[in-house]
Design a protein around this ligand. Structure first.
Ligand code: V55
Ligand code: FE
Length: 497
């Protein structure tokens, strides 16, 4: 267990965000209601849970040790397990009995004894591809984890073929070919402007890696993929080597610098990249979806994502001297459209829906014209802010947007609850909308539940809940893996008893 009472005095370590530091398994989680039998598989979750008190006075939720957890769902029953990701960083700190790594994303603040060690916490996304599970963070390579035991196997470099020093926590998948596309920023080391772009085939082989140079070393968290194109959003949240070397904050958001979209044919070379310039000061993290539209003899690309007028993370705004209260930051789910024949015109912007994050679509909709997106939102009318999740206030609404008609369906969770990023589970019924699974946290009882919702009717509330009876630290991202895919994993449940 982690020691109470000595954590930095901020929302990152309070309430639901208080560190937990326990690895455990629950075989039979209490279920209320009936879990639809067609839901069979594993909901893998990545999270952050600092084991030791930080060495820096101010630390962020984003720096916590990676934990991987799994809800296994089959025959209406649920089991749960959670473990640390045994990165070299975590193992070294456990060995030392204290934190050795310093400030978020700044290797120059680490103890000299760990100067040559991988400093990733692998705390951001569980990635499933070609029968393997990886835990990822954007500052290093991913770590392979046995999906049955949650034991860490080691860093994943495609048999040593990978040249980039980083692969992001947001790969994109072609649902038809089974290919995975993955980028890595700071590919050549801290503050380098090099971005790697890799194609991995359906069998898990790295088939290409090409590099391009971004306008600046931006926090390039996610990218958009269509059937033929990859689009890289560059927002002016920038890292600079002199500041890092001086032990300063890694990221500063510049309100007076432009945003860009990098446009690359998805099987192209880095040298093919073209840049579209946009307004100053914008910020965004996650892409909901993107697709191409043929209009006359030109092609439009639509990118749907939450766009904010400044960086959403309080610690980045503070480091940047940006004084904005969260309630005043303008944001919306936006559609940005570029015309491939007129990139010099920039992009046009169409508001699709209220602000929010942690978006999802059905996997089969990725990169193609689609109708439904799901995402979480904080609505102050629903309840007060609670210490929860990486943005501070937890999300208290789950929403489905019809991006064609604009229709919005909302499930408000009330003043006492926060919701984590959902996963979408497809239905075997041809007309079925599928299911949404999301962990919902109740603040008055400090307990977490896995809710099962009909994706076609989220407003009616959960059809079933699996009640853990204890608190989970908020999730970063999650992934759904069907039971068939899990059973076909290249890894076996060797040490499962
Ligand atoms: C994010 C999360 C991170 C990170 C950078 O959601 C960006 C955004 C959990 O770690 O390091
Ligand atoms: Fe993310």
């Amino acid at each position: 267990m982690t020691a109470p009472g000595l954590w930095p005095d901020s929302f990152d370590f309070a309430g639901f965000n208080a560190p937990i530091g326990e690895e455990y398994a629950i075989d039979n989680v209490e279920v209320e209601g009936e879990i639809p039998r067609e839901i069979a598989g594993a909901f893998f979750r990545a999270g952050a849970d600092p084991k030791f008190h930080p060495t820096v006075a101010k630390d962020t939720f984003l720096s916590g040790d990676g934990v991987v957890s799994r809800f296994l769902v089959e025959d209406g029953k649920v089991s749960f397990r959670i473990r640390y990701v045994d990165t070299p960083r975590h193992l070294a700190e456990v060995q030392a009995g204290r934190a050795l790594f310093g400030a978020y994303h700044n290797p120059y603040t680490d103890d000299v004894s760990v100067r040559d060690l991988d400093r990733t916490t692998a705390n951001t996304t569980p990635i499933w591809h070609a029968g393997r599970l990886f835990l990822s963070k954007e500052d290093a390579h991913s770590y392979e984890v046995n999906p049955h035991t949650l034991e860490t196997i080691g860093p994943w470099t495609y048999g040593g073929k990978l040249r980039t020093l980083t692969t992001s926590a947001h790969p994109r998948f072609d649902p038809q070919s089974g290919e995975m596309f993955i980028h890595g920023y700071e590919a050549a080391g801290p503050c380098s402007r090099d971005v790697a772009f890799c194609v991995v085939d359906a069998k898990g082989e790295l088939v290409s890696e090409t590099w391009f140079e971004a306008p600046y070393c931006a926090m390039l968290h996610d990218f958009a993929l269509t059937e033929n194109w990859a689009i890289f959003p560059i927002f002016p949240t920038i890292s600079e080597i002199d500041r890092l070397r001086a032990g300063g904050p890694a990221w500063i958001h510049y309100q007076d610098r432009p945003s860009y979209l990098g446009v690359l044919p998805r099987y192209g070379q880095g040298s093919d990249i073209r840049w579209v310039k946009g307004p100053d000061g914008l910020s965004g993290y996650h892409i909901m979806n993107a697709y191409e539209e043929r209009v006359g003899d030109t092609t439009l690309i639509h990118v749907d994502h939450n766009v904010m007028e400044t960086n959403i993370f309080p610690f980045i705004r503070e480091a940047s001297g940006i004084d904005a209260s969260p309630a005043d930051i303008r944001a919306a789910l936006m559609r940005w459209t570029i015309d491939l024949d007129r990139l010099e015109d920039g992009w046009t912007e169409t508001a699709l829906g209220p602000p929010g994050d942690m978006s999802r679509t059905a996997s089969c909709d990725q990169g193609r014209p689609y109708r439904y997106g799901f995402y979480a939102n904080y609505d102050p009318g629903v309840g007060p802010p609670h210490a929860h999740s990486v943005v501070g206030a937890g999300f208290n609404c789950l929403q489905r947007i019809d991006v064609q008609s604009g229709e919005l369906v909302v499930l408000p969770l009330g003043p006492d609850r926060s919701v984590n990023e959902p996963v979408h589970v497809p239905s075997a019924e041809p007309s079925g909308a599928g299911w949404l699974l999301a962990v919902v946290d109740t603040h008055s009882t400090m307990t977490s539940e896995l809710w099962f919702l009909d994706a076609g009717d989220i407003a009616k509330g959960p059809v079933a809940k699996a009640k853990l009876g204890r608190r989970l630290r908020p999730q970063i991202h999650g992934s759904w893996v069907s039971m068939d895919a899990l059973k076909a994993s290249v890894r076996r449940p060797v040490d499962e008893d």
